[in-house]
Ligand binder design. Structure first.
Ligand code: RP5
Length: 183
């Protein structure tokens, strides 16, 4: 079985995926140095109480491990894969090559080109092998978590309700900031 770190609300983020409950989202990143950005994804999944697994594997440095993550994701119960990578970012594309699950790509701004390289490598997939590509960096990581929840929310009313609450809180913050504006 896959030994990705696993989050479930009642056991925290450090437990290992050998438990009865299955993760719904698989999060993978190319390097430990991507974690500061990809925490945006993990935090939103925690907030929405969606069980996920998370690991590090590289399309270039550990291609077999990356392939195995994607190829066995469906049998692990995963519905959506989120892949974050920087530089010539092929990780999300490599995921999409090995699964028919939806793959969300987060281009990470870790190189001298500040993520433009990652954006183009992630978004420019050939016809037939899509990667739904989010914004560069932390905002994209947050949105990958929200979009994964929205995909799950199509058939899961509890997740849809949590999303509705999340969006209400977001709207209230904007309204409050407008009220606080002193002109
Ligand atoms: C990509 O290039 C990774 O996703 C990461 O953004 C970068 C490599 O980072 P280091 O492991 O060199 O810090 O493969």
């Amino acid at each position: 079985s896959w030994d990705a770190a696993f989050y479930r609300k009642d056991i925290g983020a450090k437990a290992i995926a050998r438990l009865a409950i299955k993760p719904r989202v698989g999060v993978i990143m190319g390097s430990a140095s991507d974690l500061s950005v990809m925490e945006g994804t993990l935090n939103i999944l925690k907030k929405l109480e969606i069980p996920y697994e998370v690991t590090i594997a590289s399309a270039h440095r550990t291609p077999a491990r990356a392939e195995a993550f994607a190829a066995t994701a469906r049998e692990r119960g995963i519905s959506v894969i989120i892949a974050g990578a920087g530089h010539a970012a092929h990780l999300a594309g490599a995921m999409a090559a090995h699964t028919t699950l939806p793959v969300l790509g987060v281009p990470i701004d870790s190189s001298a080109l500040m993520g433009l390289d990652s954006l183009l490598s992630t978004v420019q997939m050939p016809p037939g092998v899509p990667v739904a590509t989010l914004a560069v960096g932390k905002p994209g990581a947050v949105n990958a978590g929200v979009l994964a929840a929205q995909i799950l929310g199509v058939s899961d009313p509890e997740i849809a309700e949590k999303l509705a609450q999340y969006k209400q809180v977001m709207a209230a913050k904007v309204d409050n900031s407008a009220d606080d504006l002193a002109l």
